[in-house]
Design a protein. Structure first.
Length: 58
């Protein structure tokens, strides 16, 4: 998964989290937190892979 998709997943999760918080829908809020966290992990993994690729080229 690319960095852009990971960022989109984070934004989608943040939106769900806010909607869940505003409507007192705890399950939607939790789903949003989960999606946001998964997006952060995927972004970090992407950055790590890119760092390794750059290190190999030297």
């Amino acid at each position: 998964m690319g960095k852009a998709k990971a960022k989109m997943e984070q934004m989608k999760g943040k939106a769900k989290q806010r909607v869940g918080d505003s409507t007192d829908d705890r399950s939607m809020e939790a789903e949003g937190r989960r999606e946001k966290s998964v997006g952060k992990v995927r972004e970090a993994a992407h950055d790590m892979v890119e760092g390794v690729k750059k290190g190999r080229k030297k």
